[in-house]
Design a protein around this ligand. Structure first.
Ligand SMILES: Cc1cc2nc3c(=O)[nH]c(=O)nc-3n(C[C@H](O)[C@H](O)[C@H](O)COP(=O)(O)O)c2cc1C
Length: 251
């Protein structure tokens, strides 16, 4: 993170602290200081001047930080908002994701952190109906069923990992997480569909990898299927409340 260089000097007001929450590294002045200390965060005075004619919270929005009035915690930027509002979708329109949005999702997957930077995962993005239907059947077969575990989604990004790398499952899971959040952020919907491990342990799974020309196929292990598409009505459920003691603070 680098500072934007903004420094707003308000006559007669000494800065109380330096911002550590946004890229501007600006100084924190009262009365903003009082507000942000109460909210247990240190937020700069960037945008204070431009905020003046508008709401006293406007500068927080400009910094990408807004006070969450519901629970009193601070909410930061768009990324955090997307993480919080993303929901799994289990009913899709019969419409292929626009290439630009799909590419953004796949690229986000490639930027997930990996153990020792080894980039153990590979993402195979299936966009044709025949292969998509085959994968759906294979997935259902793992459960002994014959429904469509892909919920009608037209596209599936399968995450496989090089099983010779010790952090491979963690690496693949982070790729899945990045893609799920990225999908939400570009107007697509998604869901993690499990059982990729079992799917690609079969001869049929191995044959598909070879057919698709995926390198190193014999060493790959499935981690997850990220189904992608546009949500149909009723595809998303309201989230469960977060459990008690999800976070334990030790100071
Ligand atoms: C490891 C993992 C496996 C999952 N497998 C499935 C699955 O096979 N089918 C499904 O419908 N949802 C699956 N999900 C989605 C979860 O059910 C979903 O994330 C959870 O209910 C919370 O809902 P939310 O994603 O809307 O917050 C999976 C999620 C994870 C993280």
């Amino acid at each position: 993170m680098s500072g934007c260089g903004t420094r707003i000097v308000l006559r007669g007001q000494k800065p109380l602290a330096l911002c550590d929450r946004c890229p501007c590294f600006g100084s924190l002045f009262p009365p903003l200081a009082a507000l942000t200390f109460a909210a247990s965060s240190i937020i700069c005075a960037f945008g204070l001047a431009s905020a003046a004619p508008r709401s006293p919270y406007r500068h927080l929005e400009l910094c990408g930080i807004a006070l969450n009035e519901r629970d009193g915690t601070t909410m930061t930027n768009e990324v955090l908002n997307t993480m919080k509002t993303r929901r799994s979708c289990r009913c899709y329109l019969d419409k292929m994701p626009e290439p630009e949005a799909l590419n953004a999702v796949l690229e986000a997957g490639t930027w997930a952190p990996t153990g020792m930077g080894r980039q153990s995962p590979v993402i195979v993005c299936i966009q044709n109906k025949a292969d998509r239907d085959t994968l759906s059947k294979m997935n259902a077969a793992v459960m002994g069923g014959n429904g469509d575990p892909f919920y009608g989604a037209p596209c599936v990004a399968v995450v496989l990992v090089d099983k010779t790398i010790p952090t491979c499952v963690e690496d693949g899971s982070l790729v899945m997480g990045n893609m799920l959040n990225a999908a939400e952020s570009v107007g697509l919907s998604a869901c993690w569909i499990h059982r990729a491990k079992e799917m690609f342990e079969t001869a049929e799974g191995q044959a598909l990898l070879k057919k698709w020309g995926v390198p190193n196929a014999e060493n790959l292990r499935g981690v997850g299927n990220c189904i992608l598409g546009y949500a149909a009505e009723g595809g998303k459920k309201a989230p469960a409340p977060r459990k008690e003691n999800y976070v334990v603070l030790v100071k």
